[in-house]
Design a protein around this ligand. Structure first.
Ligand code: ADP
Ligand code: MN
Ligand code: MN
Ligand code: MN
Length: 348
């Protein structure tokens, strides 16, 4: 008889102000799909002790590259016991908006930055004082510049073996800070893959005795923060340039709404220094890494492509960010393309 397999059920909890990932293992008979399951919501800030049951509903299943074999990773959304979305479930709103604007074929590519820590210090930093100032670390090579590459390589291999849409990695400006990119794929898919890639990052680093953090400003002072630049396109943007500028402009009037939901402590990171625009201002520009939204130079050259929203923090929720960006830009496109007759009475 074929032995059972292990399914690691992964979900997003209710920790405030930034949700954490949780997971637990279910042993499932060979040949059976991962069923709906449950957990104690009173231990994850998702329910009171007197009524503690929450529901785990599988939404994305992939091979488990840590355990191998027939074992699986099972990303879940959290439901209430009446099978409606739990208040902490931001995926449901993302899926609703993705469906509403599906005709625009929105794609996302997210650049996830993060920092390795050993104990209370970034990995490889001296016990007291600081490493040499920033300048040579970004995309660097050599033991004096690079801390944690063996973990990054193991994580990238794990993401590929899980079948995630990982598209690259690089060492970042601050030593011990790194980035991986997911995409370009649809809003819900990109967010599902990013959450699983984050879980794999923590899990792989655990085996090295290292923790990874998404905190947006892990070291105060003259050190870059950690962001999650969010690249976006629709079918119209992938075909011509005018919609790319229209998309960048459409984000302006909704700046405050977006900033509030782009990750806790965003004002610590978006200071106006270190390749950011100040959190209180909105500005877009071609090739401008000091802007809120950048149109990459090759997009201006090719006269088509995508835009980069540089505002989201590393600790943002991708379901929330991709929902907001899709809603804001696609709503603006729809308002513009409505026939004149739908906006005002036709002239006779
Ligand atoms: P940089 O560091 O220069 O800002 P990266 O190479 O790290 O850029 O990231 C660029 C991101 O843009 C990648 O995640 C890629 O998947 C994404 N991307 C490329 N083309 C598109 C597109 N048409 N729509 C959305 N995202 C895209
Ligand atoms: Mn990048
Ligand atoms: Mn980066
Ligand atoms: Mn970027």
């Amino acid at each position: 008889m074929t032995p059972p397999y292990r399914a690691e059920y992964i979900w997003i909890d209710g920790t405030v102000p930034t949700s954490k990932l949780r997971s637990k293992t279910k042993v499932i008979p060979a040949g059976e799909a991962p069923p709906v399951w449950g957990f104690d919501g009173s231990s994850t800030n998702q329910a009171p002790g007197s009524n503690s049951d929450c529901v785990l509903n599988p939404v994305f299943v992939c091979p488990d590259p840590i355990r191998g074999g027939d074992d699986k990773l099972v990303l879940c959304e959290v439901l209430l016991t009446d099978m409606t979305p739990h208040p902490s479930n931001t995926r449901a709103g993302c899926a609703r908006v993705a469906k509403k604007f599906a005709k625009h074929e929105p794609w996302f590519g997210i650049e996830q930055e993060y920092t390795f820590f050993e104990g209370a210090r970034p990995m490889g930093w001296p016990d007291s004082g600081f490493p040499a100032p920033q300048g040579g670390y970004y995309c660097g090579v050599g033991a004096d510049e690079i801390f944690g590459r063996e973990i990054v390589e193991a994580h990238t291999t794990a993401c590929i073996e899980a079948g995630l849409a990982i598209s690259g990695t690089n060492a970042e400006v601050m030593p011990a800070q790194w980035e991986f990119q997911i995409g370009p794929i649809g809003p819900v898919e990109c967010s599902d893959h990013l959450w699983v890639a984050r879980w794999l990052l923590y899990r792989v680093a655990e085996d090295f005795g290292v923790s990874a953090t998404l905190y947006p400003k892990p070291v105060r002072g003259d050190w870059n923060g950690a962001g999650a630049h969010t690249n976006f396109s629709t079918n119209a943007m992938r075909e011509s340039y005018a919609p790319c500028e229209e998309a960048a402009k459409a984000l302006g009037p909704k700046h405050d709404l977006h900033i509030k939901q782009y990750g806790y402590a965003i004002e610590e990171r978006l200071t106006g220094l270190h390749e950011t625009a100040h959190w209180s201002q909105f500005r877009w520009g071609v090739s401008d890494r000091g802007a809120s939204v950048r149109i990459p130079w090759q997009v201006a050259r090719d006269k088509k492509g995508y835009i980069e929203d540089r505002r989201p923090n590393a600790n943002m929720d991708p379901y929330t960010v991709t929902r907001l960006v899709t809603d804001t830009i696609c709503s603006a496109f729809d308002a513009k393309s409505k026939p004149a007759s739908a906006r005002k009475a036709p002239a006779r």
